[in-house]
Design a protein. Structure first.
Length: 240
């Protein structure tokens, strides 16, 4: 994988939720939240990390939730994937304004607005030191952005997949509901699948297990944690 290679800087894939781009309980893209994320991404990028980002779209809408209404799942998922492109455009613009070289790719073709995703083009951009934003999910319905993150991480040869959450790792139960919940520092893929722990969906975990891709789950809302995770510091929970 990219991080263990001795011929270049560490390469990581960050799964960034759409909700990270707005304040708690908010909607859409909020400047304060976006600026906070971009500052930490810029710190890591300028220290040499090769960073790929798969961005979600939950701050606009969730396809799986929307499909429970009168909208069919295929259409709902397409709407969700369009939401990830809007988030990608916001991130790209903010990173450019912070003087961070960046390229936005999408699995869905959107005319002249976004570059279509291609593995070789993506890897070339990373090798040039550009942050790469991967929007549009997998381009197919019924797959989550978690699964997209594991797929893209394997494709680009990332050494780690970083999953930013609202808690500081993986717990035995919901720490907000159960005061006896225990935080794990390390877990195996088999533990996550067997215990049904809420790390990522089972398809994403299975792909990481097959390709021996470590997953770091951390609290990305604590200031400094995102850049720490991107730079490889041991925080949160590592699934391997």
């Amino acid at each position: 994988m990219g991080e263990s290679s001795s011929d270049g800087p560490p390469r990581v894939l960050l799964k960034l939720s759409g909700e990270a781009l707005c304040e708690a309980g908010g909607h859409g893209v909020e400047p304060g939240a976006l600026t906070s994320i971009v500052e930490e991404l810029a710190t890591a990028a300028k220290q040499g990390s090769q960073i790929g980002i798969v961005v979600g779209g939950g701050n606009f809408l969730r396809g799986a939730t929307l499909s429970s209404s009168s909208i069919d799942r295929t259409s709902a998922d397409a709407m969700g994937m369009m939401g990830t492109i809007m988030n990608g455009l916001a991130l790209e613009s903010a990173l450019k304004n912070a003087d961070v070289p960046v390229q936005l790719f999408s699995a869905i073709q959107v005319g002249t607005v976004v570059h279509p995703y291609g593995q070789r083009e993506c890897e070339a951009a990373l090798a040039r030191g550009e942050v790469v934003i991967l929007a549009g999910g997998t381009g197919h319905p019924f797959f989550t952005t978690d699964t997209c993150a594991s797929l893209r991480a394997v494709q680009i040869g990332a050494g780690r997949l970083l999953k930013g959450t609202k808690v500081d790792g993986v717990y035995s139960a919901d720490p907000k509901k159960d005061p006896t919940a225990t935080r794990y520092s390390e877990l195996s893929y088999q533990d996550v699948l067997a215990q049904g722990l809420q790390v990522m969906d089972a398809t994403a975990v299975a792909m990481c297990m097959e390709y021996q891709l470590p997953v770091m789950v951390f609290d990305m809302f604590k200031k400094g944690n995102l850049s720490r995770a991107l730079l490889g510091e041991p925080i949160g929970t590592v699934v391997s």
